[in-house]
Design a protein around this ligand. Structure first.
Ligand code: TRP
Length: 360
């Protein structure tokens, strides 16, 4: 079977290094692997509105930021279809039909929805659009017959819910939809990269993110201020790795060849960790190493972004073309869905004949 990728992000801010190790890096590899017939990458503006209704301008402004970050990371409009969710009206139609296949109780049990409701203080009054966004996300995925959805592990409940909807649809109507599989990063560090303050997750409101578009100076300052081990006061003290942001980032970013280039006195990350735990290795030395590693990863992204920023209309044009292409794919699926549901009345000669026979 042909493998197809669909994934996306809500445009509520610039993308940060958590997005990068959580999914972006993987998407670029998959795109370049040539193993996928299609790569659909969606800017989920309509989904972003479900919990930003007070701030639609934020969503509007950040579409270009996300597009620039995507392309700066290596998503290539020749190999991938980059598009904007709201421009694909077929997604709304699919959502409307899928709503009949999901119960309120099932949505209430969705762990991602549950925790987001808490985070946003929606307990007292949940917008219906927000509450039902897992259904619309199922439409996003199935409209493109995606087999593979590279995402952060927080999205697993969404993929599970999509699979259930697909199963239900295919059982009730006809097997036209494809059950997708999620692709999440292997390492714990990549799955939930903490903010520089060591807090659970990077978030713009906490001001603890390293953005892909940050300057080299900003990256350096942020890493120097990173949370490490509060018990590691003197260089000679034994250090702890649990919850130590600098080491978690090294887990996510550092490769063997970085040691040869920037810290040749250590053979591997395990050696560095062992020395830290024994005592005698200062935070500043580890931070300097992390700065070198991260600059090496971020520098080419920054440079490409600067180039792309010179021609913003061209980026909108890419999104427009991508949206047109995505729309064709979604329209094809919607047509198959309507046929399966037998609501394609005017193409259904058999129905028209049978109904006229009843009146003969
Ligand atoms: N929910 C995703 C997020 O918050 C964004 C998203 C919308 C998405 N539709 C999608 C991801 C479809 C993967 C597939 O990041």
């Amino acid at each position: 079977m042909d493998k197809i990728i669909l994934t996306g992000d809500r445009p509520t801010g610039r993308l940060h290094v958590g997005h990068y190790v959580g999914s972006l890096r993987r998407r670029v590899e998959l795109q370049n692997s040539g193993e996928y017939k299609k790569n659909f990458i969606m800017i989920a503006d309509a989904q972003a509105l479900t919990d930003n209704i007070e701030n639609p301008e934020k969503v509007r402004q950040n579409i270009i930021e996300v597009a620039l970050d995507y392309m700066a990371c290596g998503l290539d409009p020749i190999k991938s279809t980059l598009f904007i969710q709201s421009q694909i009206s077929e997604l709304c139609e699919l959502t409307f039909y899928y709503m009949d296949l999901v119960t309120v109780a099932r949505l209430q049990r969705n762990p991602t929805v549950k925790s987001e409701i808490q985070m946003r203080n929606f307990e007292a009054s949940i917008p219906v659009g927000f509450f039902t966004y897992p259904i619309s996300q199922a439409a996003d995925i199935t409209a493109f017959k995606a087999t593979t959805v590279p995402v952060g592990s927080d999205q697993l409940p969404m993929i599970e819910q999509t699979r259930e909807i697909v199963h239900k649809f295919n059982t009730v109507y006809a097997p036209v939809l494809v059950e997708p599989a999620a692709l999440v990063p292997k390492s714990e560090a990549c799955q939930r990269l903490p903010g520089i303050d060591g807090k659970a997750k990077m978030s713009k409101s906490l001001g603890n993110c390293i953005y892909l578009a940050d300057s080299a100076d900003e990256v350096r300052t942020k890493i120097m201020s990173m949370y490490t081990d509060p018990l590691h006061l003197q260089v000679s003290d034994p250090g702890h790795l649990e919850g130590n942001t600098v080491f978690i980032y090294l887990d996510a970013f550092c490769r063997q060849e970085h040691f040869e280039r920037y810290l040749p006195e250590y053979g591997s990350l395990d050696e560095l960790k062992a020395h830290y735990q024994r005592g005698g290795l200062g935070d500043v030395k580890v931070k300097r190493f992390l700065i070198n590693v991260m600059q090496e990863v971020l520098e080419p992204i920054r440079t490409r972004r600067k180039e792309l920023e010179k021609d913003i209309p061209a980026v909108y044009e890419i999104l427009k073309k991508g949206s047109e292409e995505a729309r064709q794919a979604a329209a094809q699926t919607l047509s198959e869905v309507k046929t399966a549901m037998r609501i394609n009345y005017f193409e259904d000669q058999e129905l028209i004949r049978a109904q006229s026979a009843r009146y003969e």
